[in-house]
Write a protein that binds this ligand. Sequence first.
Ligand code: UDX
Ligand code: UDX
Length: 425
Amino acid sequence: MPKIAVIGLGYVGLTTAAGLASLGHTVTGVDIDVGRVESLRAGTPPFFEHKLDELLAEQIESESLSFESSFSTLTREIEFAFLAVPTPALPDGQADLSYLNAALASLVSTIGTKFKAIVKSTVPVGTCRKLQESLSGYDIHVVSNPEFLSEGNAVRDFLAPSRIVVGSTDDNVGQGVLDLYDGIDAPRLVCSPESAEMIKHASNSFLAVKLSFVNELARFCEVTGANVDDVTQGVGLDPRIGPNFMSPGPGWGGSCFPKDTSELASSSRRSGTPMTTVEAAVASNQTAIMHVLELLREQLGGDLKGKQIAVWGLAFKANTDDTRDSPALQVAQRIIDEGGTVLGFDPMAKIPGNLKVKQTSTAIEACSQSQALVVLTEWPEFSTINPEEVKSVLQAPAAILDTRRILDQSVWRDAFPNFKVVGGN
Ligand code: UDX
Ligand code: UDX
């Protein structure tokens, strides 16, 4: 079996390394974060991903997966090197490819000039071909193999993906990369690098456009008396639309949607073919976040100055500890900017140091003496909490704002006359 390296052991790289090892490959994971490598050697993932700890333990035990913090330990035996290093958005929306270029240069100087570089990281369309042309003196193919892992489900999405996409200038090389996934039952597509890169941005951006549409629909339902749950159910029964990704919220976030939509919007505009639907979805997402503040101000007599607000949920979505570009944190910051204070609870996520939110150890503690409670992340445990227990610690007459529609409205409305949900009752 060919030897594989995976560079960058984040949500994507680590899941990819452990997943490939579980398919029978011998995989070496490399990360510049020495502390992360040490914890991985001990079988401890640096973040939560469902079933990742089990997968890691199995592969470390079978010695099919090892970890290094330096490229120097890699040998010329490595035939495939996956690149899953960050490609963060620069202020102008373009992707910062410096980590990718550095990792590729390190590979050339260690494993030599005959290998397949497989770009997992999300990159602007055209990147792989440009990188390959910059290495034209070597026998190096730069292949696009975008990731479609949803956080919280990364292991499942690796082992049972909706599709495997490989973009290569050489069909044989592309097929060779696809062969690495033997054992996984999923539709496969080999195409040009540009098409594969575009599929990634297009998929995430289309989902973001769909969600911005749903969030705008939710706001319109609020003022027309329609119920967004019924509306999205009725609309979703059309198989061309489908029932998934139709839940309104405080806006979309995470490490992918904001980055990928800003990249697609800025690169398409620079190319003279602006994707105005994506630009509109990005702008609309800010409106969704501001709408939460508007509802809260309405509920609290017009302003948030001097008010203490309890926030349930800090992660950008449930079942992850990731707060990157979390709408919950953006709402919390805006409450603080308007003179309020925030007590925040999340079952998994930790508040980033730069946010002046007091994190509590229980959901009830966050409500202590607060004038309002805002649900911002759809953790299932929130819907099991007794509203009477919440009422006993909130400062009456308290307001409840459920931006995720997970609380039982009839029960909570009985306990709290001042109860609102995004998307209408
Ligand atoms: C990353 C990219 O950010 C994203 O654009 C791409 O779509 C998938 O890979 P993610 O796995 O969430 O997403 O990244 P993150 O969780 O930030 O982890 C990146 C890892 O790479 C970190 O462990 C970091 O230490 C490591 N890294 C970063 C390197 O090993 N080398 C570098 O030069 C930079
Ligand atoms: C996304 C894509 O789903 C995945 O395929 C890609 O590989 C990486 O980006 P992820 O960023 O983990 O995955 O989050 P996702 O589950 O897609 O949710 C993105 C945002 O949309 C979150 O803020 C979430 O709360 C929000 N969302 C999602 C809604 O508001 N309503 C929904 O119905 C679904």
